[in-house]
Design a protein around this ligand. Sequence first.
Ligand code: FES
Length: 176
Amino acid sequence: MNTCTCAPELKEKEKQDGLKELKEFIKDYKPLHDNQGALMTVLHKVQEIFGYIPREAMDVVSEKLSVPTAHIYGMATFYNFFSLKPKAKYQIYVCKGTACYVAGGSRLLERMQEELKIKLGDVTPDGLFGLSITRCLGCCGLSPVVQINEEVFVRLVPEKIPGILEKFRKQEKKVK
Ligand code: FES
């Protein structure tokens, strides 16, 4: 059974290409700024290149800007626009606000976990789906509600979940 709960890793070649691009960016950017001042911009660049902040990129930034890795880690975890894990292509938010909870939000979450074979907070091994919860999406009258990227599914019942996931999988196949 394909039930790995770890996040998908970048392929080695992609990672090496990304690190090369990062080093070039720092080489051009660094002379114009002090190291501490450059850090935020450089971390944004890391996020843009990799989609998250891998450990190897932190080491490169630490070495090139002479900033301790612990400090970089602190910034990467403090600001929520940075991520230490690869993000899924389709992030699923199951609403667990009061109205959705009362209307059966927990059953939706259970079914999502069953269908995707991952736990809350994890990403499927193919990087396609990530599963999280949220507190109220502002449409309580239409509960229970699930949001997948920008799309909102209202008055959802667990039986509809396999079809919805399939729709996203098919969409992905068309893109490839
Ligand atoms: S509680 Fe779910 S939308 Fe408000």
